[in-house]
Ligand binder design. Structure first.
Ligand code: R1P
Length: 300
């Protein structure tokens, strides 16, 4: 049927569902795993048990394509949200999940990325953004003004130190003995998969031939992974009132940007399974306080 929304400042429908992610209070846990695509989200959901009193993991798909799965992992309520790509989508997920939950919120992102330094970011490794993330943005004003730089690189936004350390150690135990390594580094989140990640082509005048070395790495030599959402997640967390949002992020290296090598499908599958499980375990163990300031679950 027809759905009406109220309050143009923060639209919600009559059931108090948010405008884009579409969930309402009670459907989203205080521990959220954010992944890029719906297939990875469904994989994460397959590792969870149904919430108490339900026969299946709760799933909700919004008109805008965001999918939320809520269930239990190690007995702890967790929601997995498919975020889609790019920082505006991360903005919807963090703000709208915040609006329908109470108490502290812990967000962990498991993404995929390209590596601009390998080593250490070898194909198939997972890069934990323990040293934070910068934003890389194309500056459209450079179109007809040669005095302004074509690309802007921000200062880093840092993750929640405890949550990020826990994520790193869960990844290390999950990958112990495997060929894939866990790398602790700085991430960069770009506003395009193409121009602001230094991919070149003939169709547009992106002026990005020297972006990786002369702009990004010159400013932030510790950047290893390049993707599109982590900066915004960490930036929103540090701007959350009373620091109620805690965030950490990691990304699986699917591509080495220097050699142009791409990770084979079977290794992508293995890494997605392993890293998503490790992230769920991280969230289950994380310290997250509910509205009363009580430690509801977790002990880390
Ligand atoms: C681009 O292909 C997408 O993949 C990466 C980028 O951040 C971007 O969203 O991460 P996800 O696999 O989590 O979407």
């Amino acid at each position: 049927g027809l759905v009406s929304f109220e309050n143009a400042n923060f639209p919600m429908d009559q059931d108090k569902r948010t405008y884009h992610v579409g969930t309402k209070r009670g459907e989203v846990a205080n521990r959220i795993l954010s992944v890029g695509d719906v297939t990875r989200a469904a994989l994460c959901a397959s590792f969870m048990e149904p919430p108490p009193g339900m026969s299946e993991v709760y799933s909700y798909k919004s008109k805008r394509g965001f999918v939320t799965h809520t269930g239990l992992f190690d007995g702890v309520p967790i929601s997995v949200v498919s975020t889609g790509m790019g920082y505006p989508n991360m903005d919807f997920v963090v703000r709208e999940c915040r609006a329908v939950t109470d108490g502290e919120l812990a967000f962990v992102r498991v993404g995929t990325c390209g590596a601009i330094q390998a080593p250490p970011g070898k194909l198939g490794s997972v890069v934990v953004a323990s040293k934070g993330s910068v934003l890389v943005r194309r500056n459209p004003d450079a179109y007809d003004d040669p005095t302004v730089g074509k690309y802007f690189v921000s200062k880093p936004a840092l993750p929640d130190a405890k949550l990020s350390a826990l994520l790193e150690s869960e990844m290390r135990s999950a990958l112990n003995g495997d060929e894939s390594e866990v790398v602790s580094a700085m991430n960069a989140s770009a506003d395009s998969f193409y121009s602001s990640q230094g991919r070149t082509g003939d169709d547009f005048d992106d002026a990005n031939e020297n972006l990786l070395d002369e702009i990004i790495l010159k400013r932030q030599p510790e950047v290893v992974s390049l993707e599109m959402e982590t900066f915004h997640l960490l930036d929103l967390a540090r701007n959350s009132r009373e620091l109620s949002v805690h965030a950490a992020s990691c990304a699986i290296v699917l591509a080495e940007r220097r050699s142009n090598d791409f990770l084979p499908a079977d290794r992508i599958e293995f890494m997605e399974r392993t890293c998503c499980r490790a992230a769920l375990s991280t969230l289950a163990k994380a310290s997250v306080r509910d509205v009363d300031g009580k430690e509801a679950y977790g002990d880390a």
